[in-house]
Design a protein around this ligand. Sequence first.
Ligand code: NAD
Length: 311
Amino acid sequence: MSEPIRVLVTGAAGQIAYSLLYSIGNGSVFGKDQLCVFIAMSTDVIATDKEDVAFKDLDVAILVGSMPRREGMERKDLLKANVKIFKSQGAALDKYAKKSVKVIVVGNPANTNCLTASKSAPSIPKENFSCLTRLDHNRAKAQIALKLGVTANDVKNVIIWGNHSSTQYPDVNHAKVKLQGKEVGVYEALKDDSWLKGEFVTTVQQRGAAVIKARKLSSAMSAAKAICDHVRDIWFGTPEGEFVSMGVISDGNSYGVPDDLLYSFPVVIKNKTWKFVEGLPINDFSREKMDLTAKELTEEKESAFEFLSSA
Ligand code: NAD
């Protein structure tokens, strides 16, 4: 057994955590020989609700809890409430967690919450913060697999660009699918450009809303599975020849995304460190969609920063 690691899950009384804690506990995220000290933070069922206890010496923080959108609530009000939460949790990470802590933000608006937490934790490298777009990534793989009659595991290198919102851009220009033992490009395999540029994109963008409509609740098991995939890849790295999507801080030099936006990119991970996948050609169709979601994120960021300075 290796040294125990300390893992915090916030929003622990919620529906995602209900599926997530079990998977972390049974070893399918950090490995079977890795002991975890769990800290579950919630405002409902109290394992602890004290930041100084919850954030002490953390190795991993999975921030699921956030203020949900209530009927009639303006997007700005939601943002304001969450800036307050993630400012406080960022400050607690700064003060109590290990400087090597990996922070994964799930609570919505996930990208901007993640940026808020990172800005509020200046002593922790900004590359240690990421937000979940793996659920969208997994959904994109599933849609392609369904259409081709293969399994989602046969599809790789899809990309989610931008915000975890309905402006996200699911891109399969660089994706591959295994058909009869051979890897082929998804566009080549499907031969249905109008579906790929139309219904495929909107289905993935609106999947969250479709799940809420059907279940009267947002996705939980699939979100928990995606969190496990995301954290496992941070911990153990991405497989050779494969990349995954996650919301990370932009450096202004990659894919024309403005500097300092928490934007979902294709990344590869090695030694617990992510790197942008560089040099993928971007066509005009993709460019337009990538810019649109960047614009939304820039607006979100500006509002959040206004609240941040006054919170
Ligand atoms: P939920 O309402 O069932 O649970 C959230 C829990 O967080 C509640 O128990 C609540 O009491 C708690 N909470 C609220 N504020 C808190 C705070 N400041 N500190 C700690 N806990 C707090 O929600 P859920 O279905 O588990 O979803 C959680 C969040 O994840 C939501 O914001 C949801 O929109 C988001 N989500 C994100 C993705 C993604 O892909 N990024 C996917 C699905 C859901």
